[in-house]
Design a protein around this ligand. Structure first.
Ligand code: SAM
Length: 244
């Protein structure tokens, strides 16, 4: 099945966010989806994608007693690889943690469940985050490579949602709109033999992503004090975090 056929080539404009859609924004056969999500996780791993989030979690938990049970929610959890990395981190630290992944797509959640060992004890739920009302308190909310899927208006709503949902802090991890990753992903796709959808969607994702200035404007529109939020840059990605 050629999912790329008849797709317009990804286009990049430094001045504005692209409105092109990604292939994974549409239904994809579950077997193919599993291959795509596995390759996306492989690419994230090569880009040391979890490192800034684990570092953030280290900072976020510095003053939390080691035996205090914490809840961590991953929004748009995809393959579940971030949650499994957090489980490994929690085990190493000896921290009790309840881990929950939510994703808009039932197929994605099915693939994440299959890729997760029962011993990792991760809960998965299908939900649109903007309509998700957790019935239990959440300490930390994280999200990786999701916000570029949202419109400017939805990003502001999402920032407000995280402000109200996360007791101890939240972190957004996403791409920077820059021509460097836009071209680099195509090159990495060749060397790493990535699934063509990972390359296509990766390039569209970069073009849909925000610049630092746009993030600062979104934070202001959400009514969050600018000095309460840290924006860190790592390998053409931003980690935008707030700790309480
Ligand atoms: C590019 S994937 C990223 C997956 C994973 N977080 C990662 O870092 O590889 C984006 C995911 O966000 C999910 N998503 C998009 N909009 C969402 C929403 N409004 N609520 C929950 N999940 C959403 C999609 O279904 C998709 O699985």
């Amino acid at each position: 099945m050629d999912l790329i056929a008849n797709q317009p080539p990804p286009r990049f404009d430094a001045a504005r966010r692209s409105a092109q859609s990604e292939i994974l924004d549409r239904p994809v056969h579950t077997g193919e989806l599993a291959k795509i999500l596995r390759d996306l996780a492989r690419f994230n791993g090569a880009m040391m994608g979890h490192r800034p989030l684990i570092r953030w979690l280290n900072r976020a938990t510095t003053n939390v007693p080691i035996d205090r049970a914490l809840t961590f929610l991953d929004v748009g959890c995809g393959y579940g690889d971030l949650l499994r990395a957090v489980r490994r981190w929690a085990r190493e630290k000896g921290r009790p943690m309840r881990l929950i992944g939510v994703d808009l797509s039932p197929q994605v959640i099915e693939v994440a469940r299959r890729a997760t060992d029962a011993a990792d004890d991760i809960e998965y739920e299908v939900a649109d985050v903007l309509a998700f009302k957790p019935v239990f308190p959440i300490d930390f909310v994280a999200t990786s490579l999701v916000t570029h899927h949202l419109s400017d208006e939805m990003i502001v709503q999402f920032l407000r949602w995280m402000e109200s949902a996360a007791r101890r802090g939240w972190v957004i991890y996403d791409l920077q709109r820059s021509f460097v990753p836009f071209y680099f992903i195509a090159l990495a796709g060749l060397f790493m033999r990535l699934h063509p959808v990972v390359v296509y969607d990766g390039r569209v994702s970069v073009a849909r992503s925000l610049t630092r200035t746009e993030w600062e404007a979104a934070i202001a529109r959400a009514g969050i004090p600018r000095d309460a939020v840290q924006i860190r840059w790592f390998m053409f990605r931003f980690a935008i975090g707030r700790l309480r």
